[in-house]
Write a protein that binds this ligand. Structure first.
Ligand code: MIC
Ligand code: SF4
Length: 657
């Protein structure tokens, strides 16, 4: 039968279950990636599984998120990750080598391979024709140990691309267009596959921008065919042997098709504070801008930054704009330094930031109050910049640089008239400047055994969950609305350095909802826990959007949360909840959400019995004296994991036979 590309790659890697929409698929994972902010937990959990060496073809541990180094925490993490990688047969990309997704695309990604990463933007690899999926650190740890990755087999949306992007219109505008069609919610259980004659007009870095930000749709992953563009990219990265042509069968059928004619697109922006709040740049043009930041795993490739440098050459950014550029990798930074583009940017007033996530995850460069900040990033969730009430817009590098020059949101297509600038038309180089000196290769098993793993005092092994009670007595510890992101649940920014210390990090769970003078979420959680009561989080639609950070489950678990009752829950977060033994419940009738208030006493009798084999369960609201049904949308494996007391226990039990 004719197959989509996604199904072809999944079928090649299928080791359990089947590749059919909605069924459970267990796939072999060829490659994994971890980054420091999720990686310490992933490696602590990997170590506790007792597997001495990774069993994948390739596993890479990156340092790219926590680089601010205020206090010893970040460097402790770096040393732990460097030594545990050396001990476990893992490649280690040192701090300064670049953002995991950019470096992985450049140096390791392979058409047709599967990649599991403890970061939600792992689907960047789809730009190279990989099935690249974001997951919680524990799922990645299991994959490093040779375990399969299980998921509900996604349905495939085909995005048919025709035409060619006009000058000044960028790959970012393609994905923003798609976000305006599909939004950030309601896409759980889908894969986006690009096909059609327009595909060949997009380079691999452009494709990677599109698949990267597919994460914001909430889909499992996004994938492009592997073709002549892919061959060229891999040859320029001096790894032609990794090329393999791949495409869907010509008569493959998609569950749904969306057509985008690239030649009709125009510059777009995601307005505050959601990646799907999309408008055309024309609609918001003229808005004064105080800050522009160009970088992140979405838009920091050589071609992106060369375009910016060429526009800036010989010009000055508006004097009221703080302009920063963070090259995505050492490779990109080296090339820009060598060809003088860095000088052009510095002369134009750019603040060059190191090759890391930086401002994208609130590690500095927060905007002033009420100042509009334009970013080439992928997320503009409220407060993510580090400034409460921030006004962050997501745009292409072209729109960002045009606006930096004028000091107001500007359609880059106006640059020729405004500044007599011709479209730079930067092409992908035939050869990238390869320098892997900051990537440490795995040691031989004999050498690895001798490595001492360094564990600074700020690295604390997380507690395991306690088993679920047969009957759950608890309280609606908080009631939140729709589209609650993992940034709401577990803030990053200044708190990111606490990632390796769950008891400390747990103190800021739901910090954005804490009110001065009232007990924090953390205090209320621990109070309930001490009284033997469970915390139950009540939420609206699309709970747990955004990142893969399992701390959004691990820290609430530490505070005694045992269930989340929501209208719907996003894929990665739901898996993380199950992994840390928090029961994901979904309202059978969404109207029941309205009838619950924070602090209501809730009771669920027969919880473990229902988890074993029922699809729904009765929840009693003791405060309001009514009962309602909640759905248990769980696979058999999910049920077993919950009943085993979480995924780590489950995995250990499986290993013991
Ligand atoms: C993000 O973009 O939110 C992050 C920080 O990269 C996260 C991972 C994390 O929280 O460490 C992600 O996207 O998964
Ligand atoms: Fe880093 Fe931002 Fe990309 Fe997350 S989205 S990996 S924080 S650059």
């Amino acid at each position: 039968m004719a197959q989509t590309l996604a199904y072809k790659i999944l079928s090649e890697h299928l080791a359990a279950g089947k590749v059919a929409p909605g069924g459970e698929s267990g796939i072999r994972i060829d490659q994994t990636l971890t980054q420091d902010a999720t990686g310490t937990t992933a490696f602590l959990l990997f170590e506790s599984m007792g597997v001495p060496r990774v069993k994948t073809d390739l596993s890479v541990s990156y340092i790219d998120h926590n680089m601010a180094q205020f206090g010893p925490e970040n460097h402790n993490d770096h040393l732990y990750l460097q030594t545990v990688a050396a001990r476990s047969g893992v490649y280690h990309s040192r701090a300064g080598n670049g953002i995991c997704h950019q470096v992985h695309l450049e140096r390791f990604g392979k058409p047709g391979a599967t990649l599991l990463g403890s970061d939600s933007h792992t689907p960047t690899g789809g730009g190279l024709g990989m099935i690249a999926i974001g997951a919680g650190g524990l799922d990645v740890a299991v994959a490093m140990g040779g375990g399969l990755f299980y998921m509900t087999c996604p349905k495939v949306i085909g995005v048919k691309l025709t035409g060619k992007l006009p000058d000044w219109v960028a790959a970012k505008d393609v994905i923003l267009k798609l976000l305006s069609i599909l939004s950030t919610k309601g896409n759980v259980g889908w894969v986006v596959e690009y096909f059609g004659p327009g595909v060949e007009n997009l380079t691999v870095p452009q494709r990677a921008t599109i698949t990267n930000m597919g994460a914001e749709l909430g889909v499992t992953t996004s994938v492009f065919p592997s073709d002549e563009q892919t061959r060229k990219f891999l040859a320029a990265q001096k790894r032609p042997e990794d090329f393999r042509p791949l495409a869907a069968d010509p008569d493959a059928e998609y569950e749904r098709i969306i057509e985008i004619d690239l030649s009709t697109l125009e510059p777009m922006a995601a307005c505050p504070s959601s990646p799907d709040n999309v408008k055309t740049v024309r609609q918001i043009a003229g808005t004064p801008v105080g800050q522009v930041v160009i970088g992140s795993c979405t838009n920091s490739s050589y071609t992106d930054l060369m375009t910016v440098a060429k526009v800036l050459k010989g010009r000055q950014a508006d004097h009221m704009v703080e302009l920063a550029v963070a090259p995505g990798s050492k490779e990109v930074l080296n090339m820009l330094a060598k060809n003088g583009a860095i000088c052009d940017m510095i002369s134009a007033g750019v603040r060059i930031l190191e090759s890391s996530c930086g401002p994208c995850i609130g590690q500095g460069f927060s905007p002033a109050n009420d100042v509009v900040t334009l970013r080439t990033f992928n997320r503009n969730f409220a407060g993510r910049t580090g400034t409460p009430g921030d006004q962050a817009y997501l745009v292409s590098p072209e729109t960002a640089v045009a606006s930096a020059l004028t000091g107001k949101i500007t359609d880059p297509r106006e640059l020729p008239q405004l500044f007599d600038i011709e479209y730079p038309r930067v092409t992908m180089p035939d050869e990238f400047l390869i320098d892997d000196s900051m990537i440490e290769k795995p040691l031989s098993p004999q050498q690895a055994e001798k490595v001492e793993v360094l564990r600074g005092p700020t690295i604390v092994v997380p507690d395991a969950p306690s088993p679920l009670p047969d009957d759950l007595t608890g309280q609606a510890i908080i009631k939140v609305g729709d589209k609650i992101t993992t940034d709401h649940i577990m803030p990053a920014g200044g708190f990111l350095k606490l990632r390796s210390n769950v008891p400390e990090y747990a103190k800021v769970v739901f910090n954005c909802f804490n009110e001065e003078g009232k007990p924090s979420f953390a205090q209320r959680g621990l109070d309930l826990k001490n009284k033997g009561l469970a915390g139950i989080i009540v939420a609206g639609q699309s709970y747990g959007q955004g990142s893969s950070r399992e701390h959004a489950a691990l820290c609430p678990m530490y505070l005694g949360v045992r269930a989340v009752l929501a209208k719907s829950i996003e894929r990665i977060h739901k898996a993380n909840l199950i992994n840390f033994c928090i029961v994901p419940l979904e309202f059978a009738d969404p109207a029941d959400y309205e009838k619950i208030d924070a602090d209501d006493a809730l009771e669920i009798t027969g919880l473990t019995a229902a988890i074993a084999d029922k699809d729904s369960i009765t929840v009693a609201n003791k405060t309001k004296d009514f009962q309602f049904q909640a759905r248990l949308l769980l696979s058999t494996r999910d049920r077993d994991i919950l009943l085993a007391g979480g995924k780590l226990n489950y995995t250990k039990k499986q290993a013991d036979g």
